[in-house]
Each structure stands twice: as structure tokens, then as C-alpha cells.
Design a protein around this ligand. Structure first.
Ligand SMILES: Nc1ncnc2c1ncn2[C@@H]1O[C@H](COP(=O)(O)OP(=O)(O)OP(=O)(O)O)[C@@H](O)[C@H]1O
Length: 238
């Protein structure tokens, strides 16, 4: 579904990404992990077409993201790290505003269903400024789904929120993947790395060090398979 070939991103002589090649499958939740400054947000911003690579080729569903930007933008939903909502608008008004921004006219029922899916329907007429951090994160996700994208790019969508909201969002993301959406998910959360992601890619100083499942990593580390999965993650990230 998503294919990256030899992606580089350079500022002057500094490489933020170096020779990143990767294939992400349809319906997969692909975790991008790595230390602060490793290049995860840079990579997801390139996938979201808000940043250009210095070199390399990316295709989504066979379309080149440089040459077919308009079609690609219809295919992707982007949940940025910073919450992008109008604080003085209600939940409903935000969904209408961002629908116009995405140049789509979903029926009111679809917007209501999106709200229900992230358990915000009882906040429909509430101003965003009155919502908790977790509720704003959920609305941020709903906004990215307005145009029903097939690919969802999420940059730490559950950072700083309570455990219950995090688990709710995780369940919803799993449902979206089961419906066939392809999800690229940046996280620092060990629970999400273990229980949410189907495969992970570990970035270190702009280079992809590992791609696969945690079971793949465990068998790379030792033959006996007795290593705890948390230890596997720790080894991968150290
Ligand atoms: N516009 C820019 N110009 C120069 N350097 C930049 C620019 N944007 C990001 N960087 C640098 O690129 C590196 C990678 O940043 P990036 O935000 O992609 O990392 P990250 O893995 O997402 O980190 P975090 O986990 O902290 O979000 C960092 O060292 C950052 O300072």
C-alpha cells in the first residue's frame, strides 16, 4: 500500500533521514518508533505531503506522491502532533469547518457517526475550549477521518491523555485497520508498541535500524524465545 524507496532528507550537510526504504501493507498498523529527534515526525510529514524528501520515491496504492499529490491527499488523513482545532467553535462547528477545508460535504449523519465512534456525541454542541485534553485528541482524530481516507498517518495521537481514553482510541484504531485502513502510527508508548502495532520500524538518527514484528526481533536476539517481550522492545530501542 505504501512503498518508500531510498528516502533522504537533508538540511545542508545534515541528514534527517538517510536511505529509508520500507513497505507498509494494506490494513496494517505500522508503528514508527525511536528516540527523540530520530526523524519520525520528519518521515510522517513527508508521507503526509507537507514536507518534500531531498531524494527518493514514495508510492501509495501505486501512485507517486510527488506526481499525484491531489489524489494522494484525498487518500490520506493526517493527525499531527499538535492539536489543530478552533477552540471557540463547538465540536459540530469544527467538523463542519474542517469538512469545508477538506472540500467534502459529508451529510450531518456522517459527522455525527464520527463523533459517536470517538465517544464525543454528547459534546456535539460544546465549545472545544471546554473539552479535556483527551477529548480534543479524539476530535483531532475524527477531523482526520472526515473525508474517509484509506491511509491514516498519526503522530503520537495519544500523548498526554488518560489511560481510559488511550485504550478507547487504541480500540478505535484497531477497528479502522480491520475495516482495511492502513495506519502509520508514531508512538513512545510501550503498551502501544506491544499491543497495538502489527509491525514496527525503528529509526535511529534518521536510519531505519529494524523493520518487523516483535516476534521477528525476539528470534533475531536469541534462539530460545524466552526473552520477555518488554525486554525485546528495550533491546530494540537501546
Ligand atoms: N526544519 C528543520 N530544519 C532543520 N532541522 C530540523 C527541522 N525539522 C526538524 N529538524 C531536526 O530533525 C531531527 C529529527 O526531528 P523529528 O521531529 O523528525 O524527530 P522525531 O523522531 O519525531 O522526534 P520526537 O520523538 O522528539 O518527536 C531533529 O534533530 C530536529 O531538530
Amino acid at each position: 500500500m505504501i512503498s518508500l524507496k531510498k528516502i533522504n532528507k537533508q538540511y545542508g550537510s545534515r541528514f534527517l533521514l538517510r536511505d529509508v526504504s520500507l513497505d507498509i501493507n494494506e490494513g496494517e498498523i505500522f508503528g514508527l518508533v525511536g528516540a527523540n529527534g530520530a526523524g519520525k515526525s520528519t518521515l510522517i510529514s513527508i508521507l503526509a505531503t507537507v514536507m518534500k524528501p531531498s531524494s527518493g520515491v514514495i508510492t501509495m496504492n501505486g501512485l507517486d506522491i510527488e506526481k499525484q499529490k491531489k489524489k494522494i491527499r484525498q487518500m490520506i488523513g493526517f493527525v499531527p502532533q499538535e492539536i489543530a482545532l478552533w477552540e471557540n467553535f463547538s465540536v459540530k462547528e469544527n467538523l463542519h469547518y474542517w469538512s469545508r477545508f477538506a472540500k467534502v460535504r459529508p451529510p450531518k449523519e456522517r459527522l455525527w457517526e464520527l463523533c459517536e465512534a470517538v465517544s464525543l456525541h454528547d459534546k456535539w454542541n460544546e465549545k472545544v475550549s471546554t473539552l479535556s485534553g483527551g477529548m480534543k485528541r479524539k476530535l483531532n482524530i475524527a477531523v482526520a477521518l472526515i473525508h474517509n481516507p484509506t491511509i491514516l498517518l498519526m503522530d503520537e495521537p495519544t500523548v498526554g491523555i488518560d489511560l481510559q481514553s488511550k485504550l478507547e482510541i487504541n480500540d478505535y484504531i484497531k477497528k479502522l485497520a480491520q475495516q482495511g485502513k492502513t495506519i502509520v502510527y508514531i508512538t513512545h508508548d510501550i503498551h502501544e508498541i506491544i499491543h497495538l502495532c502489527d509491525r514496527i520500524g525503528v529509526l535511529s538518527r534518521g536510519e531505519l535500524q529494524f523493520v518487523g514484528t516483535l516476534e521477528d526481533a525476539r528470534s533475531n536476539f536469541e534462539q530460545s524465545n524466552r526473552m520477555k517481550i518488554e525486554e525485546v522492545v528495550y533491546q530494540l530501542l537501546s
